[in-house]
Ligand binder design. Sequence first.
Ligand code: NAD
Ligand code: MG
Length: 400
Amino acid sequence: MSKQLVILGATGSIGSSTLKVIRENPQSFSLFGVTGGKNLATMLDICREFSPQYALMADEASNHKLREAIKAESLKVEVPSGDKAIAELVKASEVELVMAAIVGAAGLLPTLAAVEAGKTVLLANKEALVMSGAIFMEAARKSGAQVLPVDSEHNAIFQCMPEQVQQQLGYCDLSNAGVSKILLTGSGGPFRYNDLDSLSSVTPAQACAHPNWSMGQKISVDSATMMNKGLEYIEAKRLFNTQPNQIDVIIHPQSIIHSMVQYCDGSVLAQMGQPDMATPIAHVMAYPQRQVSGVEALDFFSIGELSFMPPDYAKYPCLKLAIDACYDSQTATTCLNAANEVAVEAFLAERIKFTQIAEVVATCLDKQSYMGAETELSVLLEVDQRARMHADAAVKRICA
Ligand code: NAD
Ligand code: MG
């Protein structure tokens, strides 16, 4: 029997890698529903090729155009609308797997709806965990939803963990499982060999040209500032319930090792592969089985050398801000995430310099004040909104 799947963010980079894995395994999956933001042309192509039962765009005007286009081509795809349409889609009883691949805080509520409905949630949207990790993992524990990490590092860590940890994400006890540390690797982004002084003049196009991975714009900029590794540090803490000093960040420029787990007996397990998201996506879609992904096997003779370096916080201040926020509170990580989204957008629009992304985030973290219990979603959504206002104001001050 094929598994029914919903892809949230089907028109993006992770969405397209997910569709690639479905093409490799057409008997195993059928597409129940797909959602996108504004990219109508890509969504129409998906509808023509995969005939999902439902397709919808989060942007109301784009959704209207999608409905018209589907009618004009007599495609058998329904286009629901309304605020609750996405939540209803992921909660449908037919649905087994939900790929959460919307970028940014916009992905939180639909992903949380899938968790609350007890689905198997394939989690790419790391910002959801950064914002609301404790609530998110608690909701999964309550509903029995299995959360499977798609982010390549977390997927690698997951694969290197014993089954008892895999089955208890969010509340596992690493020491009990014999794990001493998670070794979180990152390429260091396109500027890893640049001097500190040159960073203030780099362009959005240079920041988006990642040396190893092809990804959406926001995460590409996050990789260049290493905010991405910072968000992943927080993501790892939430998924694997780490204690302080149980995560080390290691720069590994070749992106062949996707992260490692160190055990108390001195063993270190690593997951390796091509830097292609189809591998972790195929893994979570088939878990606990394995399936083909269309990705070529590694050729060790052509790789040559693997190298490793410690991160330099002077060069990557965003990484330090994220690690500090991680040990502060969930309101701090929510604030960090929201301020970063605003700052990255301003950098992409060439309103602020690359090095000012960290300045904007730091200003917002200084300004944040605590508004009550950390475990309430409404509080976190309010912190998110306030941080965006502060970040907007900080960007305007810089531009003035
Ligand atoms: P992307 O920008 O390529 O795609 C984002 C998707 O979300 C698109 O379908 C877009 O239409 C949709 N979207 C954007 N704004 C929306 C909104 N307001 N409401 C609803 N939908 C909206 O991004 P991506 O690179 O595919 O990344 C998706 C997520 O996966 C991010 O959280 C990212 O951090 C994570 N991730 C990506 C990669 C990668 O290789 N691309 C790797 C690891 C993790
Ligand atoms: Mg990653």
